[in-house]
Ligand binder design. Structure first.
Ligand code: P6P
Length: 329
């Protein structure tokens, strides 16, 4: 590696998530109160705690099912509960968090109904541990979060275009946070020796076209014809099929290598399986910020008017050329 590049990489790896957030706050076009930074910091510490539990899951005997079902009717894993309780406990303690919405809880949790004078207030929506069925086999999982400004006239249920920040944490071979506050996409890797997320990239751009698609092909018999035609074209073009079964891991691959992730309407999930507010909107926000596209097949994901917290939508997101090819199929 050229010395200059090597030095640049070394310099870049010295920027923590915290200093990145503060620098973004200083660049903000309007006077900021620091509340959003404080919330991002809460997500960061929550992610470190969740990652530590995941790394020691089999040792701490926190694998397996918790014996309950969540509001989705899905069997909760013990770590779903731990991740959910960690995020709620830490976010509750942060001023400016007015509401919390979780995949694991039926209703929005209203936190700070008054709010200190002049403090901006936010709703934080999340899937605390996406893909948790992968835990027991040592597979990747993730946390997905979406942050929206709220006030007495603006409820949490807003279209994805209203997000002020969004991101995910991928618990894989390393712990990676990818986030955006609307000024491009940055990526951070948790340095376990330092205990900090270190920035490794900013202004990430998704490749215009990829060489793989990501979909659960077991549902192929019930895919609508447009999806079937598109996937046939991909196979004829020599695309590979890659599917982890954890949306964060599959979308992270698409962000870095290009390609397309799809969860179509199926016989089991006629409206799609993935949740608009805390899975599709935040990931669509990131992919769009990186130059990609995200559609329900009928229109942009980010423009879907939400009707309820756990609403599901079909989703096709990824490289612009690949999503356009789907829309033209
Ligand atoms: P299927 C995990 O349960 C999840 O919510 C997403 O992370 C993932 O993309 C999808 O569902 C997998 O669903 O039906 O293919 O197992």
């Amino acid at each position: 590696m050229e010395r200059e590049t090597e030095n640049a990489v070394r310099r870049e790896a010295l920027v923590t998530l915290q200093s990145h957030i503060l620098a973004e706050e200083e660049r903000a076009p309007v006077e900021t109160t620091g509340t959003l930074s404080w919330i991002m910091s809460a997500i960061s510490i929550s992610a470190k705690i969740i990652a530590s539990h995941l790394r020691r899951a089999r040792l701490e005997d926190v694998l397996g099912e918790a014996g309950e079902e969540n509001v989705q009717g899905e069997k909760q894993q013990k770590l779903d509960v731990i991740a959910n309780e960690t995020l709620i406990a830490i976010l509750r303690g942060r001023s400016g968090v007015a509401a919390i919405g979780s995949e694991e809880d039926e209703e929005l949790i209203l936190v700070d109904s008054t709010g200190r004078r002049g403090l901006r207030r936010y709703a934080v929506l999340f899937d605390p541990l996406d893909g948790s069925s992968n835990i027991d086999i040592g597979g990747s999982t993730g946390t997905i979060f979406s942050i929206l400004r709220v006030d007495e006239n603006t409820p949490a249920l807003q279209p994805g275009t209203a997000q002020v920040a969004a991101g995910y944490v991928l618990y894989g071979s390393s712990t990676i946070m990818v986030s955006s506050t609307g000024n491009g996409v940055s990526m951070f890797v948790l340095d376990p020796n330092v205990g900090a997320f270190m920035r490794v990239a900013e202004h990430l751009r998704i490749p215009d076209r990829g060489k793989s698609y990501s979909v659960n092909e077991a549902n192929a018999d019930s895919f609508p014809p447009q999806y079937a035609r598109f996937l046939t074209r991909c196979r004829q073009a020599g695309y590979s099929s890659r599917y982890v079964g954890a949306m964060v891991a599959d979308v992270h691959r698409v962000l870095l290598q290009g390609g397309v992730f799809l969860y179509p309407p199926t016989a089991k999930a006629p409206a799609g399986k993935l949740r608009l507010m805390y899975e599709c909107n935040p990931l669509a926000f990131l992919i769009t910020q990186a130059g990609g596209m995200a559609t329900t097949g009928e229109g942009d994901i980010l423009s879907v008017p939400p009707t309820e917290l756990h609403q599901r939508v079909p989703i096709v997101l990824g490289s612009p050329e690949d999503v356009k090819a789907f829309l033209d199929s």
